[in-house]
Design a binder for this molecule. Structure first.
Ligand code: IPM
Ligand code: MG
Length: 363
């Protein structure tokens, strides 16, 4: 029996509510599959860690992450910590883990499930059949570039600096992930940049084109980021796999979430050579936190990605995904995707319904 150690970092806001549901699901899979044991080790991160230790990423949490096979992460941040100095903001916890563990490839699938077509604010004709995978570079660019900071100027004004920087190595490794992912899908890769203005994007485009030679079976298209933002809402079904740098990926993946009906549906995997973190894309949602109404499906689908990418349990991941579809087919919805004629359920109830379907799939 294989044992996988999973660091469980719920963080803040609805992270505290959805992660327990993902843990429940992994427990059900372990019982059903009967070939693995998951050891769940809780850790503090973000605002929760600031309150307890003064540090958004305590050393103990970082060690726990390093010693685990995978990390199940909720969300960090919230109004309570928004006025902290930059280095002590809750978000630093997440940015620190990404950098320390070198989690450079962030996979964000955005799929419009047939029964949720009308949950998207976009027209049915636009979102129907959408199935996109965004591969976002996660450890470079503006998020980490030096120099950065704020300074006073002689004239009494202030100046702030961030630096967008990429090396060809950083671009190459994430480009390769993009091509690999596209190869297993519909073999179409859109590389998104701003090469008409930014020199960083010019290097990005050169390197991606070089890597493309190793993948003659994948069709590569270069798309400018402003045009991509428009195309994502105008004709999103044309996209299969998208690879892009950190900041563009942050923005475009939120946009892509709307194609899936709700941010509450979107899972993610952040992969490095030796570590992996799984996280719902929705964030802390302070407006609904603490009410037990958050959608746990993004967290549960993130657990499915964990099974697939970290535990080598692709078949079990499919079971979890099937269970989610079945619960939706039966008409159960959390508030974010609720419509007339469907049954509204809370966070834990949605988790229980999915676990029940998983149990049936193993029986
Ligand atoms: C995301 C989030 C994070 C990011 C924040 C919380 C630091 O928006 O994962 O998309 O900007 O990367
Ligand atoms: Mg974001």
């Amino acid at each position: 029996m294989a044992t996988y150690r999973i660091a469980v970092l719920p963080g803040d806001g609805v992270g505290q509510e959805v992660i327990p549901e993902a843990v429940k699901v992994l427990g059900a899979v372990a019982r059903g599959a009967g070939v693995v044991t998951f050891e769940f080790e809780p850790g503090l991160i973000g605002g929760a860690a600031i309150d307890a230790t003064g540090d958004p990423l305590p050393d103990a949490t970082l060690s726990l992450c390093r010693e685990s096979h995978a990390i199940l992460f909720g969300a960090v941040g919230g109004p309570k910590w928004d006025n902290a100095p930059q280095e002590k903001r809750a978000e630093r916890g997440l940015l620190g883990v990404r950098k320390e563990l070198d989690l450079y490839a962030n996979l964000r699938p955005a799929r419009c499930f047939p029964m949720l077509v009308d949950a998207s604010p976009l027209k049915r004709s636009i979102v129907e059949g959408v199935d996109i995978m965004v591969v976002r570079e996660l450890t470079g660019g503006l998020y980490y570039g030096e120099p950065r900071g704020m300074e006073k100027m002689a004239d009494g004004g202030r100046r702030a600096i961030n630096t967008m920087t990429y090396t060809s190595r950083e671009i190459e490794r994430v480009a390769r992930v993009g091509f690999d992912v596209a190869r297993k899908r519909r073999k179409k890769l859109a590389s998104v940049d701003k090469a008409n203005v930014l020199v960083v994007s010019q290097l990005w485009r050169q390197v991606v084109s070089e890597v493309a030679r190793e993948f003659p079976d994948v069709t590569l298209q270069h798309v400018l980021v402003d045009n991509c933002a428009m195309a994502l809402v105008a004709h999103p079904a044309q996209f299969d796999t998208i690879v892009t740098e950190n900041t563009f990926g942050d923005i475009l993946s939120d946009e892509a979430a709307i194609l899936a009906g709700s941010m509450g549906m979107l899972p993610s995997a952040s992969l490095g050579e030796t570590a992996a973190l799984y996280e719902p894309v929705h964030g802390t949602a302070p407006d609904i936190a603490g009410q037990g109404t958050a959608n746990p499906i993004a967290a549960i689908l993130s657990a499915a990605m964990l099974l697939r990418h970290s535990a080598g349990m692709g078949r079990d991941a499919e079971r979890v995904e099937t269970a989610v579809l079945r619960v939706l087919e039966k008409g159960y919805r959390t508030a974010d995707i609720h419509q007339d004629g469907t049954t509204r359920v809370g966070t834990a109830q949605m988790g229980d319904l999915i676990v029940r379907e998983i149990n049936m799939l193993y029986s």
